[in-house]
Design a protein around this ligand. Structure first.
Ligand code: HEM
Length: 152
């Protein structure tokens, strides 16, 4: 069961961090020279699908993480530093995602619905900033979580 929880945990990490990496380093530069309306419509569709999956991920990560801690790893108090850091960074990422979804993303989708593409483009810029920050934290979290046990 511990193995299954860890495997699900890591699949969720790969989907979230890998998805942000793909969006930032492959899709964004490739979509940059599209005209504004096409670019906004593309991102509106891409983000709708990706964020639906991310909602699942932000549920799965704490559930599997705390299940491992409480059922197999002797509770929260005795955990090494890298596990505490992972949790702190994870909640920061989750808070940023919830802000992103309920704020700039919702507004962007509303603007797209009203065919206000320049305004939607402004919110797209904010989304990009927050996703870039979350991707950086996500990469650092993977490094801390996986290398941490060999350092402490
Ligand atoms: C509240 C949320 C989270 C909790 C409670 C949590 C907890 C845990 C626990 C207990 C383990 C197993 C550690 C071990 O076997 O020694 C683990 C593994 C791992 N977690 Fe998390 N985690 C959370 C979120 C995240 C996030 C957001 C990421 C990355 C973006 C992440 C990346 C990893 C990685 C890479 C491992 C594998 C470490 C290894 O076995 O070498 N975790 N996590």
């Amino acid at each position: 069961m511990l193995a299954a929880l860890l495997a699900i945990h890591l699949l969720a990490v790969v989907i979230w961090v890998g998805g942000m990496f793909f969006a930032h380093f492959m899709l964004r530069p490739s979509a940059n020279d599209l005209e504004l309306e096409s670019r906004v419509l593309l991102w509106s569709r891409v983000l709708r699908r990706f964020f639906a999956v991310v909602w699942g991920v932000v549920l799965v990560l704490p559930v599997t993480g705390y299940a491992m801690i409480l059922l197999y790893l002797d509770g929260l108090a005795g955990q090494p530093l890298h596990i505490h850091l992972m949790q702190g960074m994870a909640w920061t990422m989750i808070a940023l995602f919830v802000y992103l979804y309920t704020g700039p993303y919702r507004r962007m989708q509303w603007m797209v619905g009203q065919l206000l593409f320049p305004e939607a483009g402004l919110y797209l810029g904010r989304i990009r900033t927050v996703v870039t920050i979350n991707m950086a934290i996500g990469i650092m979290t993977v490094v801390v979580a996986s290398a941490g046990r060999y350092l402490s």
